[in-house]
Every structure is written in structure tokens, then in C-alpha cells.
Design a protein around this ligand. Structure first.
Ligand SMILES: O=C1O[C@H](COP(=O)(O)O)[C@@H](O)[C@H](O)[C@H]1O
Length: 266
């Protein structure tokens, strides 16, 4: 693995020769954050997304983590969801349940999936309300910077157009400052209706990790990571990820990192 950091914005790039090494390191990173959060606050609040990410966190359900992680302290959320039934192949909940949740002992009452029986607007409001209750009880920490929830970890996957969660280039959701959870009805990727965390919520997390794998992500990675290049961030939502008080770690394979100078060092 090649690693490099940027002290100015508290970010780190981890570049791996293969997906198995990436998955091993990602599992260790999540397990360590879980241990630290449980020690510090008694809970671990994690927001997941869809894509190949769920396959890449599979090692958490294997030894030693299946035994060593304090699963009873986990609270699981989704940073985005597609407006489809929970048993639909495009559902991020289904993907996560089949690939991860069904293999570890997280309490059902700690799994906060997004309601698939409402309009996206209603589902977003309901989800935000549930998160507000958990912030009030301090199960989810609160940001000292604003009143936003401070998740212990938000785990995102980069889209080849630079989208993260369901925040797409040039979309008006990128400007939402007040909403914690918002919705779209015109996603450029199917399905068109989706629910998503807003940028302020993502940037209020204690830790944000972005996974990028494959050559089709290389261009988006370059513009998201190289903050010295002038570039309109609204064209590339991942560039807007800059945790206020937290840390950002990128996990990528060599093809995704191939346009970065640091990729040559590994
Ligand atoms: O639509 C989505 O895409 C991203 C990942 O992008 P992909 O092009 O690699 O599939 C995913 O993280 C997000 O949760 C999802 O809804």
C-alpha cells in the first residue's frame, strides 16, 4: 500500500495494488474506528451506501472481526437509498443486508433503513426525524461546528462522474444547507428517485471514507483529490467532501489512482 497525507485538510490517500489488500485494510480501519468510538462514547454509528463497497467490507464478517467487533454497539444508517422496494435488486438496503448485515450480529433495532412505503420527500423527512431523535439522545454525536449529526463513520463510494451518495454533479441538492436528509426525483442514474444525506451532514462526520476502484474512476479521483487544480466543485460532488472537524481517508486501487502522482510511489 502507498499512503500519503495532507495535514492541511486532514485527509489521507491509501492506494492498494489489489482489491484483496484494500478490503483487508478497510476492514481493519472500520474495526479500529468501532473500537475507538465504543470506548469513547459507548456506540458506533456508521452510515453506508451501495455499490461495490458492500463487497469490499466483507472481511468484517470474517475472523477475527466477527468475534472481536462489539456488534451490539453498532447503529447502522444509509447515506443514500434508491426509491425501490427493500427486496428490489437496486435497493442499497438489500445489498447491505445480503452482503453484510445478515452475516454479523447487529441488533435489528439498531438498523435504520429508509422507509420504502412513502414518497421520497416523506421518506427523507421521516429519516431526518429519526436521526434527530438519536442526536437528542446522543446515540449519534453532534457536531460542535453546527447542529448536524456527527456520525462516527460515513462510508461512501465514488461514482465515475464524481458523485457520492446520491449527490450528483450540478444538482441543486449540493446547495442544501438546512436539510440533513434530502431527496431527488431526477437522478441521472437509475432509479431517478433517491434519498440522500446532504453535504453538511457528510462534512460533520468524525470520519469519512471514500472508496474508488477501477479505471473509470481515475479522472474523478484526480479532480476530487488534487485541490491545487482549479475546478468547479459543483461539477464533482466528491470535491465538496471536507470534514469540518473530522478526517477523510480515500481507499483506492491503482487503476483508480492512475492519474495521481502518488500512484507511482507504490
Ligand atoms: O448510485 C450510487 O452509486 C454509488 C457508487 O457508484 P458506482 O458507479 O460505483 O456504482 C454508490 O456509492 C451509491 O450509494 C449509489 O446509490
Amino acid at each position: 500500500m502507498a499512503a500519503s497525507g495532507n495535514a492541511e485538510n486532514n485527509s489521507e490517500l491509501r492506494i492498494f495494488g489489489g482489491l484483496d489488500d484494500l478490503a483487508t485494510d478497510l476492514a481493519e480501519y472500520i474495526a479500529q474506528l468501532s473500537e475507538d468510538s465504543v470506548k469513547e462514547r459507548g456506540f458506533f454509528t456508521i452510515a453506508l451506501t451501495g455499490g461495490s463497497l458492500i463487497y469490499l467490507i466483507r472481511k468484517l464478517s470474517e475472523a477475527p472481526y466477527n468475534k472481536t467487533v462489539d456488534w451490539a454497539k453498532w447503529y447502522v444508517f444509509w447515506a443514500d437509498e434508491r426509491a425501490v422496494a427493500k427486496n428490489h435488486v437496486a435497493s442499497n438496503y438489500k445489498l447491505t443486508k445480503d452482503g453484510f448485515l445478515s452475516k454479523v450480529s447487529i441488533l435489528n433495532s439498531h438498523i435504520y433503513s429508509i422507509n420504502d412505503n412513502l414518497t421520497v420527500e416523506e421518506a427523507a423527512r421521516e429519516y431526518e426525524f429519526a436521526i434527530r431523535q438519536l442526536v437528542r439522545m446522543r446515540t449519534i454525536d453532534v457536531s460542535e461546528h453546527n447542529d448536524c449529526p456527527k456520525f462516527d463513520l460515513i462510508l461512501l463510494e465514488l461514482g465515475s462522474d464524481g458523485h457520492i451518495a446520491s449527490l450528483f454533479p450540478h444538482h441543486k441538492t449540493l446547495e442544501r444547507k438546512e436539510d440533513w436528509v434530502t431527496y431527488i426525483t431526477d437522478s441521472p442514474e437509475s432509479p431517478p428517485e433517491r434519498i440522500t444525506f446532504s453535504i453538511p451532514v457528510i462534512n460533520s462526520a468524525s470520519n469519512v471514507a471514500i472508496v474508488a476502484v477501477g479505471t473509470d474512476k481515475a479522472m474523478a479521483v484526480q479532480f476530487a483529490v488534487d485541490l491545487n487544480t482549479s475546478f468547479d466543485a459543483f461539477k464533482l460532488p466528491a470535491r465538496l467532501v471536507n470534514p469540518n472537524e473530522g478526517k477523510l481517508v480515500w481507499f483506492m486501487d491503482k487503476p483508480a489512482a492512475s492519474f495521481l502522482d502518488s500512484a507511482d510511489e507504490s
